[in-house]
Design a protein around this ligand. Structure first.
Ligand code: UDX
Length: 438
């Protein structure tokens, strides 16, 4: 199959490279010439484990190419994927679809023969209808079908998620389009991935409902963690105890500083707006959004409490700035709330992140960036683990203790064990766990 992928952001690039690896001929298109230039030199615009090798191999084998001008690729494509950004619109939280509609216009002007136009970007219910209308208006003669095919990729694990997904969702009523989509995903038959065909609106909603549910699940366990602290129970054991029930499932029950990233905050907000507009509000998700926003901000209070309530003149070592490990993505990261709140309370913040500092430097005023975890810890009154990068799981704790002014750790990701930290002489607080067996 021939594929044109419009947009070489996170989703477009990973999906394009993986489709090429499946054996299809893929052109990834992006208007940003410098991005395409760098891709030609195998320099990735994002940090994603394994992506550079996957791109290099498929470029070398002639299945994957990059272009700023999509004309040729779109003309020849069996399927054109729209994988451009859908940021939250300033002011109202609705998804901004201007890039999606611009891509639809470009595709309309260029496509030839039967073409399947696929939305990979997360788009609100009804966007497929609007894309169809735009294309039909510009090209009344065109032979095409608009399909919804949401992605469920986790950053840091995106290639594995693409190649071994739990399911693939394809929203279309068009038989020919179904056949094209089935052929594109045929390699997944080998590992018996269910490919679920639905109506287009249903597929669009599945994406939002999935992300909202996961965000709600995280928020649920975060609230249970607070309750554990209040009543002297252990959230990790509660999570295990409920997660072993198959109806609940053990994943996404790690209590922490609140969810961030490019999807959950944006998609929950967009779903709330869509539902309100449709006259069918999703109150659980409205509450989830509010709780999570407040939680991220409240994390600075925990740091203050660990130092007796006052941060004036204190130095805080912040380990981890990205919204999760194995990415350089800073979008809606808890650090964007936590660091300014610490500074506002009078603290000096010295931070380190393995991949996120370049971006963080643009977003965080007044933070002192350090070149490694031990640099960040040196001379600080407290060390805070904010993102669970592997290197923070394996810190030389004796060295950390020596470098700190006093041995205080606030572990917002429950990386270490309370009894062990106590035995090592740390004043240690974490999320939802007592410092003794409960
Ligand atoms: C998510 C979805 O998992 C993916 O299916 C969708 O397509 C895009 O959004 P991603 O944002 O990459 O992926 O990260 P994910 O691993 O889901 O984590 C999101 C946030 O939730 C992170 O801030 C993470 O730290 C937090 N989280 C996740 C928790 O706090 N606890 C958990 O148990 C799981």
């Amino acid at each position: 199959m021939r594929v044109a992928m419009i947009g070489t952001g996170y989703v477009g690039l990973v999906s394009g490279a993986c489709f090429a690896d499946f054996g299809h001929t893929v052109t990834c298109v992006d208007k940003d010439a410098s991005k395409i230039d760098r891709l030609h030199q195998n320099i990735m615009p994002i940090y994603e484990p394994g992506l550079d090798d996957l791109v290099a191999t498929n470029v070398k084998d002639g299945r994957l190419s990059f272009a700023t001008d999509g004309a040729e690729a779109i003309r020849r494509a069996d399927a054109v994927f729209i994988a451009v950004g859908t940021p939250s619109r300033r002011g109202d939280g609705h998804a901004d679809l201007s890039y999606v509609y611009a891509a639809a216009e470009e595709i309309a002007d260029l496509m030839q023969g039967f073409t399947v136009v696929v939305t990979k970007s997360t788009v609100p219910v009804g966007t497929g209808d609007e894309i169809e209308r735009i294309i039909r208006e510009r090209r009344p003669d065109a032979d095409f079908a608009v399909v919804s095919n949401p992605e469920f990729l986790r950053e840091g694990a995106a290639i594995g998620d693409f190649k071994r997904p739990d399911r693939v969702v394809v929203g279309t009523d068009n038989e020919r389009a179904r056949a094209v989509m089935a052929e594109l995903y045929r390699p997944l038959n080998l590992n018996e991935t269910p490919i679920m065909f639905t109506g287009r609106r249903t597929s669009e909603l599945i994406k939002y409902a999935a992300n909202a549910f996961l965000a709600m699940k995280i928020t649920f366990i975060n609230e249970v963690a607070d309750l554990c602290e209040a009543v002297g129970a252990d959230v990790q054991q509660v999570a295990r105890g409920i997660g072993l029930d198959n109806r609940i499932g053990s994943k996404f029950l790690h209590a922490g500083p609140g969810y961030g990233g490019s999807c959950f905050p944006k998609d929950t907000l967009a779903l709330v707006r869509t539902a309100t507009d449709a006259g069918s509000p999703v109150r659980l998700i409205e509450t989830t959004v509010a709780i999570n926003d407040a939680r991220k901000k409240a994390m600075a209070d925990r740091v203050a409490e660990a130092l007796g309530g006052d941060l004036k003149g204190r130095t805080v070592a912040l380990l981890g700035l990205t919204f999760k490990p194995n990415t350089d993505d800073m979008r809606d990261a808890p650090s964007l709330d936590v660091a300014p709140a610490l500074i506002a309370r009078g603290a000096t913040v010295q931070a380190f992140d393995p991949e996120g500092m370049e971006e963080a430097a643009k977003l965080l005023d007044g933070v002192v960036f350090k070149s490694g975890p031990y640099d960040a810890v040196e001379g600080a009154d407290v060390v805070v683990i904010l993102t669970e990068w592997n290197q923070f799981r394996a810190l030389d704790l004796d060295r950390v203790k020596l470098l700190l002014k006093q041995p205080v750790m606030v572990d917002l990701r429950n990386v270490y064990r309370p009894d062990d930290m106590k035995a090592r002489g740390f004043r240690y607080t974490s999320i939802g766990r007592p410092d003794h067996a409960a």
